[in-house]
Design a protein around this ligand. Structure first.
Ligand code: ZN
Length: 353
């Protein structure tokens, strides 16, 4: 289920400039064009599903689409333009997150799932008239975190939507959603950017110095959202460093220490997936380092340690770890006990002496 991310990362192409357009998003032309075609034909569907790895920009694209659907700055103020004007009152309200006709739904931080009560609230909101705009828009972030009861309830809205309702859903992987939901949405897949695209965007739009931009772009592994977070939140790089240190030490640690780390990690909740993605990229780099393909590695600032460990572990064992981590991520998505899943992973990990 999560394998597409790994393969995407493996197939990152090289070089390309960053075309800018009024959607104010770096890259993702293919995804944006799916939406622009619907706008041009004035055939906007009732539901769209934006899919792709964490931090790739799914929620951002959903918000920009909502903004375009409500924009009144086009040639005909009654018709949604192909690009948002970014200047009209409606655009500004969406940008600031206070447009009364754009509703946001996501998993409450203290809950494991998006709940049926939230879907029922959506249904009562969607039944009433829009307050200002042409459309009543609902952005549901993280559809893969919706429980079955809530998803079945949402189906009713997808089957018989009010004429002005548009649902914009996001999910890391369409495979995690009910087929009955998938059959009622237009999918908008989003792909990783190239390292060159991320670097160029960081330099042009966030005014990051070229050297730092090169490092962040390599570490981002195609996820623009991750790169932007790293620019805005310095601790992110420190956290990454600490998490990789833990991983490197684990290889030399005994079973008791490994189980202590598994216990500690299992209490990290939401962060586990991000940590495992980091580990996945590390082991992918180990495969590459073992094959002397250093120009393709993501963790460019830790090349020396990668080479040293890869020489001891070898390509076959590293590849086995990539698959072990993917299996752990799948197990966690299916709500297997996190501590048990992580302990199994610890036992799979090769020992380096
Ligand atoms: Zn506008």
């Amino acid at each position: 289920m999560v394998q597409h991310f790994w393969y995407d990362v493996c197939m990152i192409e090289t070089a390309l400039q960053v075309p800018m357009h009024d959607w104010n998003i770096a890259g993702h032309e293919h995804s944006i064009n799916i939406l622009r075609r619907a706008l041009a034909a004035q055939r906007v569907r009732h539901a769209y599903l934006f899919t792709g790895p964490e931090h790739i920009g799914k929620a951002l694209l959903a918000r920009r689409f909502a903004q375009t659907l409500l924009c009144t700055g086009g040639p005909d103020p009654l018709v949604a333009p192909l690009n948002p004007c970014n200047a009209c009152l409606s655009c500004r309200k969406v940008i600031h997150g206070n447009h009364p006709d754009v509703h946001y739904i996501s998993r409450p931080s203290d809950k494991q799932f998006i709940l049926i009560e939230q879907v029922r609230a959506l249904q009562s909101d969607s039944a009433r008239k829009t307050l200002e705009g042409r459309r009543n828009i609902f952005i549901i972030e993280g559809m893969h975190e919706m429980n079955l009861q809530a998803a079945n309830c949402l189906l009713k809205t997808l089957e018989e939507p009010e004429p002005d309702v548009v649902l914009l859903l996001t999910a890391t992987d369409p495979g995690l959603l009910l087929p009955t939901i998938l059959s009622r949405v237009q999918q908008v897949p989003m792909h990783l950017l190239t390292t060159a695209q991320v670097k160029a965007a960081l330099e042009q739009r966030w005014h990051v110095e070229p050297e730092e931009a090169a490092l962040l772009a390599a570490l981002a592994a195609g996820r623009m959202g991750w790169a932007v977070q790293a620019v805005e939140k310095e601790e992110l790089l420190e956290e990454r460093q600490a998490q990789l240190e833990t991983l490197v030490k684990l290889l030399e640690a005994g079973k008791v220490q490994r189980f202590e780390v598994a216990q500690h990690l299992s209490a990290e909740g939401d962060k586990i997936r991000g940590i495992l993605e980091l580990w996945l990229l590390w082991w992918r780099d180990m495969v590459l380092a073992a094959n002397n393909s250093l120009d393709l590695i993501v963790n460019v600032d830790m090349q020396g340690r990668l080479q040293k460990q890869a020489a001891k572990v070898g390509a076959a064992e590293s590849r086995r770890m990539v698959h072990a981590i993917l299996r752990t991520m799948e197990a966690l998505e299916q709500n297997v006990n996190a501590r048990v899943a992580l302990e199994v992973l610890m036992l799979d990990m090769p020992a380096v002496r």
